[in-house]
Design a protein around this ligand. Structure first.
Ligand code: ZN
Length: 431
């Protein structure tokens, strides 16, 4: 199913023509209206007239999180304030938040892209979408809400948390689709397991959209098998309008990134050099239609690769792979680059392992992985426990090249997160 078939299947040549047209307009606009960009362009000895092809994008400066924070609150606007209708900020863990402004047209474009995403996974106006993302300054709640409403689906703005109420809403209003973070989905999965099959049978759930945090294929499989629904991967970030930047279609082999709205590049995060399709690097995005606050070559810090092959669904907008990690989540231990997702992938693939885990880093390159296991195993035979601990240690060592200590803990021991989960606790003083 398509929301805008003509644009979603636009032949590449025409799509790239459209991108170039929009890129030129965006570059002209920021150069003329945003003094900070003019300064960045000049520092790089470049100007809008340099952009003749899409490849010329590499002549332009990057925009970093730091640039957004430096220009907080409103230094990157390219319209007068009376044109703005919405402000979102991103949940900055350090320093000032990043503020992003939208005009009416910007909101409409974001909602439209979201409608494309939902339609390609089968959502129609007869669906009921329970939106379990937090509403407010975070884009996750509102942008999904607008997209689903655009299709004409019934939206339940449940927001995150209050799990008893979530379950009641699902049951009483026949929720077919849910939108949530992977950590909340894992939390829900534990509750579903407790409630048993009879409870699940009362529900009409078909699909879950998971985003806002990177997660692994193994986590997805676990959630699908417990919640008995299809999990679709969703990618977005506040700086780029929130959810709906890229999304899985029915074939679920990578996420289509809406290339009429964003120009994507993959660069080596260390050398900043462009990488060819298929290679993993940092995703760089340039907004192509944004009015209020266009952003040039934004360093997302997210690691992924472009899938150049055409998708079976017929869409011509290229796909990106599941986000492998955030360049920022990465930690270095004994000179090895490690992503929490690598550890999660191993843990979630082993039987008797529950959903909650934490990684502790201490001085002397010590790494401890605490992970909850099933109650049955925890209370059972000591030999079995030792074997699981040994297996996990060996599997982790094979994956990350470093041997961690593995601590098996009783289910319910580690703090439960109803929002974004904190997995890594780096207590090292020197590294
Ligand atoms: Zn597809």
């Amino acid at each position: 199913m398509f929301w805008q078939k003509n644009i979603e299947t636009l032949p590449r040549e025409q799509l790239e023509k459209l991108q170039l047209l929009r890129l030129k307009a965006t570059v002209k606009r920021v150069y003329a209206k945003v003094p900070y960009y003019k300064k960045l362009f000049r520092a790089k000895k470049t100007a809008p007239k340099e952009i003749k092809t899409l490849e010329d994008i590499t002549k332009l400066p990057f925009t970093t999180r730091d640039d957004l924070q430096k220009n907080y609150p409103d230094g990157l606007l390219s319209v007068t304030k009376d044109k703005l209708v919405r402000l979102h900020t991103s949940s900055g863990t350090t320093g000032k938040p990043k503020a992003v402004f939208f005009t009416e047209k910007d909101i409409a474009t974001a909602a439209n892209n979201m409608a494309r995403c939902l339609t390609m996974t089968g959502v129609t106006k007869s669906d009921v979408l329970q939106n379990m993302m937090s509403y407010g300054l975070f884009t996750g709640g509102l942008m999904m809400h607008y997209g689903a409403e655009k299709i004409g689906a019934l939206v339940i703005p449940a927001a995150i948390g209050n799990t008893d109420r979530q379950l009641l809403l699902m049951q009483d209003f026949g929720t077919t689709s849910i939108h949530l973070t992977p950590s909340y989905a894992l939390y829900l999965a534990a509750i579903f397991e407790k409630k048993g099959r009879a409870f699940r049978k009362k529900l009409k759930l078909k699909r879950a959209y998971m985003g806002a945090e990177p997660y692994t294929e193994e986590t997805k499989n676990k959630i699908e098998s417990i919640l008995k629904l299809k999990v679709y991967n969703s990618y977005g970030l506040t700086e780029m309008n929130g959810p709906g930047v890229a999304f899985e279609c029915g074939f679920q082999a990578g996420m289509h990134l809406w290339e009429d709205s964003y120009l994507m590049e993959i660069v080596d995060p260390k050398t900043d050099r462009p990488l060819p399709d298929g290679q993993t690097g940092e995703l760089i995005l340039t907004t192509l239609t944004r009015e209020g606050m266009p952003i040039i070559r934004y360093r997302t810090r997210d690691l992924t690769a472009i899938i150049p092959e055409k998708c079976k669904c017929g869409r011509t907008h290229r796909r990106i792979m599941r986000i492998k990690g955030r360049a920022d989540d990465m930690f270095i231990l004994r000179g090895v680059n490690i992503y929490p997702q690598q550890i999660e992938r191993v843990l979630m693939s082993v039987a008797h392992v529950e959903k909650n885990y934490q990684i502790y880093l201490e001085d002397n390159d010590k790494m401890t992985v605490k992970v909850e296991i099933t109650k049955k195993l925890f209370d059972g035979n000591l030999e079995h426990l030792k074997k699981l601990q040994f297996d996990l240690t060996e599997k982790l060592r094979a994956e990350i090249m470093v041997r961690p200590s593995v601590e098996l803990v009783e289910p319910g021991t580690l703090p439960v997160s109803e929002g974004k989960a904190k997995r890594v606790f780096d207590n090292r003083k020197i590294y």
